[in-house]
Design a binder for this molecule. Structure first.
Ligand SMILES: *Cc1c(COP(=O)(O)O)cnc(C)c1O
Length: 414
Protein backbone atom coordinates (compact mmCIF):
# COMPACT_ATOMS: atom_id res chain seq x y z
CA UNK A 1 0.00 0.00 0.00
CA UNK A 2 1.43 3.38 -0.93
CA UNK A 3 1.15 6.28 1.47
CA UNK A 4 2.86 9.21 -0.25
CA UNK A 5 3.79 12.27 1.76
CA UNK A 6 4.72 15.61 0.27
CA UNK A 7 7.38 18.08 1.32
CA UNK A 8 4.71 20.34 2.77
CA UNK A 9 2.88 17.69 4.82
CA UNK A 10 5.96 16.05 6.21
CA UNK A 11 5.91 13.65 9.13
CA UNK A 12 5.98 15.39 12.55
CA UNK A 13 9.08 13.32 13.43
CA UNK A 14 11.15 15.45 11.04
CA UNK A 15 10.41 18.61 12.97
CA UNK A 16 12.69 17.43 15.78
CA UNK A 17 15.80 17.16 13.64
CA UNK A 18 17.74 20.29 12.67
CA UNK A 19 18.50 21.09 9.05
CA UNK A 20 21.28 23.13 7.51
CA UNK A 21 21.28 23.83 3.79
CA UNK A 22 18.56 21.21 3.45
CA UNK A 23 20.89 18.63 5.03
CA UNK A 24 20.03 16.76 8.20
CA UNK A 25 22.20 17.58 11.22
CA UNK A 26 22.68 14.58 13.50
CA UNK A 27 24.67 14.84 16.70
CA UNK A 28 25.85 18.27 15.59
CA UNK A 29 27.26 17.00 12.29
CA UNK A 30 25.88 17.26 8.77
CA UNK A 31 24.80 13.72 7.88
CA UNK A 32 27.60 13.00 5.34
CA UNK A 33 30.18 13.94 7.99
CA UNK A 34 28.51 11.67 10.52
CA UNK A 35 28.59 8.86 7.93
CA UNK A 36 32.31 9.50 7.47
CA UNK A 37 32.82 9.46 11.22
CA UNK A 38 30.96 6.14 11.53
CA UNK A 39 33.12 4.73 8.74
CA UNK A 40 30.53 2.75 6.83
CA UNK A 41 26.89 2.58 5.94
CA UNK A 42 24.32 1.45 6.89
CA UNK A 43 24.18 2.57 10.49
CA UNK A 44 21.82 3.44 13.29
CA UNK A 45 22.37 6.73 15.10
CA UNK A 46 20.77 7.42 18.47
CA UNK A 47 20.68 10.97 19.76
CA UNK A 48 21.42 11.55 23.45
CA UNK A 49 19.63 14.89 23.56
CA UNK A 50 16.47 13.38 22.10
CA UNK A 51 16.61 10.50 24.61
CA UNK A 52 16.93 12.95 27.48
CA UNK A 53 14.06 15.03 26.05
CA UNK A 54 11.76 12.03 25.93
CA UNK A 55 12.52 11.09 29.51
CA UNK A 56 12.07 14.71 30.62
CA UNK A 57 8.73 14.82 28.78
CA UNK A 58 7.57 11.76 30.71
CA UNK A 59 8.83 13.17 34.01
CA UNK A 60 6.94 16.42 33.43
CA UNK A 61 3.77 14.61 32.42
CA UNK A 62 3.58 11.76 34.94
CA UNK A 63 2.96 12.07 38.70
CA UNK A 64 6.24 12.24 40.65
CA UNK A 65 5.29 9.08 42.56
CA UNK A 66 5.31 7.00 39.37
CA UNK A 67 8.52 5.05 38.85
CA UNK A 68 9.69 5.12 35.27
CA UNK A 69 11.43 2.00 33.99
CA UNK A 70 13.15 1.49 30.66
CA UNK A 71 12.45 -1.90 29.03
CA UNK A 72 15.79 -2.45 27.37
CA UNK A 73 14.69 -4.94 24.74
CA UNK A 74 13.50 -1.94 22.70
CA UNK A 75 17.17 -0.96 22.35
CA UNK A 76 19.82 -2.78 24.36
CA UNK A 77 22.88 -1.00 22.89
CA UNK A 78 25.19 -0.93 25.94
CA UNK A 79 26.23 2.72 25.51
CA UNK A 80 22.60 3.77 25.19
CA UNK A 81 21.51 1.76 28.22
CA UNK A 82 24.37 3.31 30.24
CA UNK A 83 23.24 6.75 29.15
CA UNK A 84 19.56 6.12 29.98
CA UNK A 85 20.09 4.21 33.25
CA UNK A 86 20.83 7.19 35.54
CA UNK A 87 17.80 9.05 34.15
CA UNK A 88 15.19 6.39 34.94
CA UNK A 89 14.14 4.58 38.13
CA UNK A 90 14.71 1.08 36.86
CA UNK A 91 15.56 -1.18 33.96
CA UNK A 92 13.49 -4.13 32.82
CA UNK A 93 15.37 -6.97 31.16
CA UNK A 94 14.16 -10.04 29.32
CA UNK A 95 17.22 -12.28 28.99
CA UNK A 96 20.45 -13.16 30.74
CA UNK A 97 22.35 -11.03 28.25
CA UNK A 98 20.13 -8.01 28.82
CA UNK A 99 20.63 -8.53 32.55
CA UNK A 100 24.40 -8.25 32.05
CA UNK A 101 23.96 -5.07 30.01
CA UNK A 102 21.78 -3.56 32.75
CA UNK A 103 24.26 -4.45 35.49
CA UNK A 104 27.19 -3.18 33.40
CA UNK A 105 25.30 0.10 32.97
CA UNK A 106 25.58 0.53 36.73
CA UNK A 107 21.90 0.21 37.53
CA UNK A 108 21.55 -0.97 41.13
CA UNK A 109 20.19 -4.56 41.19
CA UNK A 110 17.40 -3.33 43.45
CA UNK A 111 16.09 -1.40 40.45
CA UNK A 112 16.31 -4.14 37.83
CA UNK A 113 13.49 -6.54 37.05
CA UNK A 114 13.59 -9.59 34.81
CA UNK A 115 10.49 -10.72 32.88
CA UNK A 116 9.92 -13.14 30.04
CA UNK A 117 8.51 -16.62 29.54
CA UNK A 118 10.87 -19.60 29.51
CA UNK A 119 13.67 -18.24 31.65
CA UNK A 120 16.38 -20.87 31.72
CA UNK A 121 17.80 -22.27 34.94
CA UNK A 122 21.03 -20.40 34.21
CA UNK A 123 19.14 -17.12 33.73
CA UNK A 124 17.24 -17.65 36.97
CA UNK A 125 20.54 -18.34 38.77
CA UNK A 126 22.11 -15.20 37.28
CA UNK A 127 19.14 -13.13 38.41
CA UNK A 128 19.01 -14.59 41.93
CA UNK A 129 22.75 -14.16 42.38
CA UNK A 130 22.50 -10.56 41.11
CA UNK A 131 19.58 -9.93 43.51
CA UNK A 132 17.29 -8.48 40.89
CA UNK A 133 13.51 -8.80 40.98
CA UNK A 134 12.19 -11.80 39.05
CA UNK A 135 8.80 -11.47 37.42
CA UNK A 136 7.77 -15.11 37.61
CA UNK A 137 5.78 -16.36 34.66
CA UNK A 138 4.98 -19.94 35.71
CA UNK A 139 4.77 -22.31 38.70
CA UNK A 140 7.96 -23.96 37.39
CA UNK A 141 9.86 -20.69 37.75
CA UNK A 142 8.62 -20.32 41.33
CA UNK A 143 9.81 -23.84 42.23
CA UNK A 144 13.17 -23.31 40.48
CA UNK A 145 13.66 -20.01 42.29
CA UNK A 146 13.11 -21.63 45.67
CA UNK A 147 15.61 -24.38 44.81
CA UNK A 148 18.21 -21.93 43.45
CA UNK A 149 17.76 -19.62 46.44
CA UNK A 150 18.41 -22.49 48.86
CA UNK A 151 21.48 -23.58 46.89
CA UNK A 152 22.96 -20.07 46.74
CA UNK A 153 21.93 -19.05 50.25
CA UNK A 154 19.97 -16.07 48.91
CA UNK A 155 16.28 -15.34 49.38
CA UNK A 156 15.06 -14.66 45.80
CA UNK A 157 12.99 -11.54 45.18
CA UNK A 158 9.87 -12.41 43.23
CA UNK A 159 6.90 -10.68 41.68
CA UNK A 160 4.13 -12.51 39.89
CA UNK A 161 3.49 -11.60 36.30
CA UNK A 162 -0.24 -11.84 35.82
CA UNK A 163 -2.01 -12.63 32.57
CA UNK A 164 -5.17 -10.58 33.07
CA UNK A 165 -8.51 -11.48 31.58
CA UNK A 166 -8.58 -8.13 29.74
CA UNK A 167 -6.58 -6.96 26.73
CA UNK A 168 -5.02 -3.61 25.97
CA UNK A 169 -7.41 -2.31 23.32
CA UNK A 170 -6.02 -1.10 19.97
CA UNK A 171 -2.56 -2.17 20.85
CA UNK A 172 -0.12 -3.13 18.09
CA UNK A 173 0.92 -6.33 19.84
CA UNK A 174 -1.30 -7.97 22.39
CA UNK A 175 0.52 -9.51 25.31
CA UNK A 176 -2.26 -10.10 27.81
CA UNK A 177 -5.82 -11.39 27.93
CA UNK A 178 -7.16 -14.75 26.78
CA UNK A 179 -4.79 -17.69 26.45
CA UNK A 180 -1.21 -16.39 26.41
CA UNK A 181 2.32 -17.65 26.98
CA UNK A 182 3.00 -14.60 29.16
CA UNK A 183 2.44 -14.55 32.89
CA UNK A 184 0.13 -16.63 35.03
CA UNK A 185 -3.62 -16.56 34.43
CA UNK A 186 -5.21 -14.25 36.98
CA UNK A 187 -7.51 -17.02 38.25
CA UNK A 188 -4.49 -19.27 39.02
CA UNK A 189 -2.59 -16.58 40.90
CA UNK A 190 -4.15 -16.97 44.40
CA UNK A 191 -3.04 -20.62 44.62
CA UNK A 192 0.44 -19.70 43.43
CA UNK A 193 0.63 -16.91 46.01
CA UNK A 194 -0.01 -19.39 48.80
CA UNK A 195 2.72 -21.62 47.39
CA UNK A 196 5.10 -18.60 47.36
CA UNK A 197 4.16 -18.05 51.02
CA UNK A 198 5.17 -21.62 51.87
CA UNK A 199 8.53 -21.31 50.10
CA UNK A 200 11.54 -19.27 51.15
CA UNK A 201 10.90 -16.45 48.67
CA UNK A 202 10.63 -12.72 49.13
CA UNK A 203 7.31 -11.72 47.56
CA UNK A 204 7.37 -8.13 46.32
CA UNK A 205 4.38 -7.60 44.06
CA UNK A 206 2.78 -7.89 40.67
CA UNK A 207 3.60 -7.20 37.07
CA UNK A 208 0.68 -6.76 34.71
CA UNK A 209 1.72 -5.87 31.19
CA UNK A 210 -0.75 -6.05 28.37
CA UNK A 211 0.54 -4.62 25.11
CA UNK A 212 2.64 -2.30 22.99
CA UNK A 213 2.39 0.59 20.50
CA UNK A 214 -0.92 2.06 21.65
CA UNK A 215 -1.75 5.60 20.53
CA UNK A 216 -5.11 5.82 22.32
CA UNK A 217 -4.72 7.33 25.76
CA UNK A 218 -8.18 6.20 26.82
CA UNK A 219 -7.45 2.53 26.27
CA UNK A 220 -4.11 2.81 28.08
CA UNK A 221 -5.93 4.43 31.04
CA UNK A 222 -8.54 1.71 31.01
CA UNK A 223 -5.99 -1.08 31.07
CA UNK A 224 -3.96 0.63 33.80
CA UNK A 225 -7.12 1.00 35.93
CA UNK A 226 -8.02 -2.63 35.35
CA UNK A 227 -4.46 -3.73 36.16
CA UNK A 228 -4.60 -1.74 39.37
CA UNK A 229 -7.99 -3.17 40.41
CA UNK A 230 -6.79 -6.68 39.65
CA UNK A 231 -3.67 -6.13 41.75
CA UNK A 232 -5.75 -4.86 44.69
CA UNK A 233 -7.89 -7.98 44.46
CA UNK A 234 -4.90 -10.33 44.23
CA UNK A 235 -3.07 -8.51 47.03
CA UNK A 236 -5.67 -9.99 49.36
CA UNK A 237 -4.12 -13.41 48.68
CA UNK A 238 -0.49 -12.29 48.88
CA UNK A 239 1.90 -13.60 51.55
CA UNK A 240 3.36 -10.11 52.10
CA UNK A 241 2.39 -6.50 51.36
CA UNK A 242 2.74 -5.43 47.74
CA UNK A 243 5.81 -3.26 47.41
CA UNK A 244 5.92 -2.94 43.66
CA UNK A 245 3.11 -2.85 41.16
CA UNK A 246 4.26 -2.73 37.57
CA UNK A 247 1.25 -1.71 35.49
CA UNK A 248 3.06 -2.01 32.17
CA UNK A 249 3.38 0.55 29.44
CA UNK A 250 2.23 0.26 25.87
CA UNK A 251 2.76 3.96 25.07
CA UNK A 252 2.95 4.25 21.28
CA UNK A 253 4.62 6.68 18.91
CA UNK A 254 3.37 7.95 15.54
CA UNK A 255 4.94 6.07 12.66
CA UNK A 256 2.56 6.50 9.77
CA UNK A 257 0.87 9.44 8.03
CA UNK A 258 -2.18 10.59 9.96
CA UNK A 259 -1.07 9.16 13.30
CA UNK A 260 -0.96 11.66 16.17
CA UNK A 261 1.45 11.60 19.11
CA UNK A 262 0.02 10.01 22.24
CA UNK A 263 -1.70 12.51 24.55
CA UNK A 264 -0.07 12.05 27.95
CA UNK A 265 -2.45 14.37 29.84
CA UNK A 266 -5.30 11.88 30.38
CA UNK A 267 -2.77 9.18 31.27
CA UNK A 268 -1.28 11.49 33.86
CA UNK A 269 -4.71 12.29 35.36
CA UNK A 270 -5.49 8.61 35.53
CA UNK A 271 -2.17 7.78 37.18
CA UNK A 272 -2.71 10.55 39.75
CA UNK A 273 -5.98 8.90 40.74
CA UNK A 274 -4.30 5.48 40.93
CA UNK A 275 -1.51 6.91 43.11
CA UNK A 276 -4.21 8.31 45.42
CA UNK A 277 -6.08 5.01 45.53
CA UNK A 278 -2.85 3.13 46.27
CA UNK A 279 -2.30 5.22 49.42
CA UNK A 280 -5.16 3.35 51.07
CA UNK A 281 -5.34 0.03 49.24
CA UNK A 282 -1.61 -0.69 48.77
CA UNK A 283 0.22 1.81 50.97
CA UNK A 284 3.64 0.24 50.54
CA UNK A 285 3.46 -0.17 46.78
CA UNK A 286 5.50 1.80 44.28
CA UNK A 287 3.66 2.14 40.97
CA UNK A 288 5.89 1.36 38.01
CA UNK A 289 5.38 2.20 34.35
CA UNK A 290 7.74 0.39 31.99
CA UNK A 291 8.39 1.82 28.57
CA UNK A 292 10.68 0.87 25.74
CA UNK A 293 9.57 2.29 22.44
CA UNK A 294 8.26 5.59 23.79
CA UNK A 295 11.68 6.46 25.22
CA UNK A 296 13.95 5.40 22.37
CA UNK A 297 12.09 5.11 19.05
CA UNK A 298 12.05 8.79 18.10
CA UNK A 299 15.68 9.27 19.13
CA UNK A 300 16.96 6.89 16.46
CA UNK A 301 17.65 7.08 12.74
CA UNK A 302 18.64 4.37 10.31
CA UNK A 303 20.90 5.58 7.53
CA UNK A 304 21.76 3.68 4.36
CA UNK A 305 23.33 4.62 1.02
CA UNK A 306 21.93 4.43 -2.48
CA UNK A 307 23.95 1.83 -4.41
CA UNK A 308 21.93 1.86 -7.60
CA UNK A 309 19.19 3.91 -9.14
CA UNK A 310 16.94 1.86 -11.37
CA UNK A 311 13.96 2.51 -13.54
CA UNK A 312 11.51 -0.34 -14.04
CA UNK A 313 8.53 0.22 -16.30
CA UNK A 314 8.31 3.84 -15.29
CA UNK A 315 8.94 3.36 -11.58
CA UNK A 316 12.06 4.55 -9.77
CA UNK A 317 13.81 2.15 -7.40
CA UNK A 318 16.56 3.38 -5.10
CA UNK A 319 18.51 0.23 -4.27
CA UNK A 320 20.40 0.78 -1.02
CA UNK A 321 22.98 -1.07 1.04
CA UNK A 322 20.41 -1.37 3.85
CA UNK A 323 17.16 -3.24 4.13
CA UNK A 324 14.99 -5.62 6.09
CA UNK A 325 18.01 -7.57 7.35
CA UNK A 326 18.91 -4.47 9.39
CA UNK A 327 15.53 -2.87 9.92
CA UNK A 328 12.80 -5.47 9.79
CA UNK A 329 10.18 -3.16 11.29
CA UNK A 330 10.57 -0.49 8.58
CA UNK A 331 10.05 -3.18 5.95
CA UNK A 332 6.67 -3.87 7.53
CA UNK A 333 7.48 -7.40 8.63
CA UNK A 334 7.64 -6.93 12.42
CA UNK A 335 4.04 -7.29 13.51
CA UNK A 336 2.37 -4.94 11.04
CA UNK A 337 -0.86 -6.17 9.50
CA UNK A 338 -0.84 -3.75 6.57
CA UNK A 339 2.51 -2.51 5.32
CA UNK A 340 2.92 1.27 5.61
CA UNK A 341 5.92 3.49 5.04
CA UNK A 342 8.02 4.75 7.91
CA UNK A 343 8.99 8.41 7.46
CA UNK A 344 11.92 8.52 5.01
CA UNK A 345 13.98 11.38 3.51
CA UNK A 346 17.09 11.86 1.41
CA UNK A 347 19.48 13.11 4.09
CA UNK A 348 21.26 15.77 2.05
CA UNK A 349 18.18 17.01 0.19
CA UNK A 350 15.34 16.86 2.65
CA UNK A 351 13.05 19.27 0.80
CA UNK A 352 14.98 18.96 -2.45
CA UNK A 353 14.53 21.06 -5.56
CA UNK A 354 13.37 18.24 -7.75
CA UNK A 355 11.04 15.63 -6.28
CA UNK A 356 9.86 12.32 -7.61
CA UNK A 357 8.03 9.19 -6.58
CA UNK A 358 10.48 6.43 -5.69
CA UNK A 359 10.62 3.14 -3.84
CA UNK A 360 13.52 2.50 -1.46
CA UNK A 361 14.61 -1.14 -1.47
CA UNK A 362 17.48 -3.18 -0.10
CA UNK A 363 19.93 -5.64 -1.67
CA UNK A 364 18.14 -8.84 -0.64
CA UNK A 365 16.61 -11.22 -3.14
CA UNK A 366 13.10 -10.92 -1.79
CA UNK A 367 10.30 -8.48 -2.59
CA UNK A 368 9.83 -8.08 1.17
CA UNK A 369 13.04 -6.04 1.24
CA UNK A 370 11.25 -2.71 0.96
CA UNK A 371 12.01 0.32 3.14
CA UNK A 372 9.70 2.76 1.40
CA UNK A 373 7.10 2.10 -1.25
CA UNK A 374 6.28 4.77 -3.85
CA UNK A 375 7.29 7.62 -1.61
CA UNK A 376 7.49 11.29 -2.49
CA UNK A 377 11.23 12.00 -2.15
CA UNK A 378 13.84 14.41 -3.39
CA UNK A 379 15.49 13.00 -6.51
CA UNK A 380 18.38 10.81 -5.34
CA UNK A 381 21.37 9.26 -7.03
CA UNK A 382 24.07 6.71 -6.30
CA UNK A 383 25.95 7.63 -3.14
CA UNK A 384 23.11 9.63 -1.56
CA UNK A 385 22.11 8.87 2.02
CA UNK A 386 18.60 7.65 2.79
CA UNK A 387 17.29 8.24 6.32
CA UNK A 388 14.54 6.27 8.03
CA UNK A 389 13.13 8.09 11.08
CA UNK A 390 11.44 6.60 14.19
CA UNK A 391 14.06 3.85 14.15
CA UNK A 392 15.44 3.82 17.69
CA UNK A 393 13.30 0.92 18.95
CA UNK A 394 13.07 -2.67 17.73
CA UNK A 395 15.58 -1.97 14.98
CA UNK A 396 19.11 -3.35 15.18
CA UNK A 397 18.40 -6.26 17.53
CA UNK A 398 14.97 -7.06 16.11
CA UNK A 399 16.30 -7.72 12.60
CA UNK A 400 17.70 -10.85 10.91
CA UNK A 401 21.28 -9.64 10.22
CA UNK A 402 22.44 -12.98 8.87
CA UNK A 403 19.81 -13.24 6.16
CA UNK A 404 21.79 -13.22 2.88
CA UNK A 405 25.09 -12.68 4.63
CA UNK A 406 25.58 -8.93 4.18
CA UNK A 407 27.58 -7.09 6.86
CA UNK A 408 25.70 -5.97 9.98
CA UNK A 409 24.95 -2.26 10.37
CA UNK A 410 26.88 -0.13 12.85
CA UNK A 411 25.38 1.70 15.80
CA UNK A 412 26.43 5.07 17.22
CA UNK A 413 25.25 7.19 20.08
CA UNK A 414 25.64 10.87 19.24
C1 LIG B 1 8.42 -5.37 25.39
C2 LIG B 1 8.05 -5.08 26.76
C3 LIG B 1 7.98 -3.76 27.21
C4 LIG B 1 8.21 -2.56 26.33
O1 LIG B 1 7.20 -2.34 25.42
P1 LIG B 1 7.25 -1.02 24.53
O2 LIG B 1 6.08 -1.13 23.64
O3 LIG B 1 8.54 -1.00 23.82
O4 LIG B 1 7.13 0.14 25.45
C5 LIG B 1 7.67 -3.55 28.52
N1 LIG B 1 7.44 -4.58 29.36
C6 LIG B 1 7.50 -5.86 28.95
C7 LIG B 1 7.22 -6.95 29.91
C8 LIG B 1 7.80 -6.16 27.66
O5 LIG B 1 7.84 -7.42 27.27
Amino acid sequence: MSTPTTATQRHPALAHWPLQDDTLIVGGLPLPQLAARVGSTPFYAYDRARLADRIALLRRALPPEIELHYAIKANPMPALVSYVAPQVDGLDVASGRELRVALDAGMPPADISFAGPGKSVVELEQAVAARVLLNAESPREIRELARIGAALGIRPRVAVRVNPSFELKSSGMKMGGGAKQFGIDAEAVPALLSEIGRLDLCFEGFHIFSGSQNLRAESICESQRKAFDLAVELAGHAPAPVRTLNIGGGFGIPYFPGEQPLDLAPISDNLHSLVDAARTSMPQAALVVELGRFIVAEAGLYVCRVVDRKLSRGQVFLVTDGGLHHHLAASGNFGQVIRKNYPVVIGTRVAGGEREQASVVGPLCTPLDLLGEKMDLARADEGDLVVVFQSGAYGYTASPHLFLGHPAPREVLV
